[in-house]
Design a protein around this ligand. Structure first.
Ligand code: HEM
Length: 118
């Protein structure tokens, strides 16, 4: 089970790295869009995150449901906004920086909201 958790965590981290990388690669661009790395990264981070919750629930550690709830809602908002704006020729700066802020907040929640397990 520990190997599965680590593999999912590895995929989870690659997912949001692609999301944040897809955002940061457009910082200087005039016309910002939802690009491939943002689309695939948001989806991968979300699904791997859900699978991670399943693995942790199956384990005997205590799971911090409040923390997972916050991450789930933020992850869902990111995924929804990314998918809703996939075909737009350009996205407003407010949405772009909102997605970047939400992604960074979810990293902060994961890292700084300390608990035994998540
Ligand atoms: C953009 C969205 C997300 C970002 C940036 C993100 C970020 C992170 C980071 C940085 C970690 C590693 C924390 C550490 O090991 O100290 C982590 C772990 C985790 N994330 Fe996410 N996450 C996101 C979405 C989600 C979602 C939607 C869920 C599920 C509801 C989720 C569930 C988890 C779980 C369960 C772990 C812990 C794995 C473990 O230690 O076994 N994450 N996340």
């Amino acid at each position: 089970m520990e190997t599965l958790r680590l593999v999912l965590l590895f995929i989870h981290i690659l997912g949001f790295a692609a999301l944040i990388g897809g955002l940061l690669s457009q910082m200087g661009a005039v016309d910002k869009v939802v690009n491939g790395p943002m689309r695939d990264g948001a989806g991968t981070a979300f699904l791997a995150g859900l699978a991670l919750v399943g693995v942790l629930e199956a384990g005997d550690g205590d799971v911090n449901h409040a923390k997972i709830g916050v991450k789930l809602v933020i992850g869902l908002v990111i995924l929804g906004l990314v998918m809703a704006n996939l075909r737009k020729p350009r996205i407003p700066d407010g949405l772009f920086y909102g997605l970047l802020a939400l992604s960074v907040v979810n990293v902060a929640v994961a890292v700084f909201w300390s608990s035994a397990h998540v």
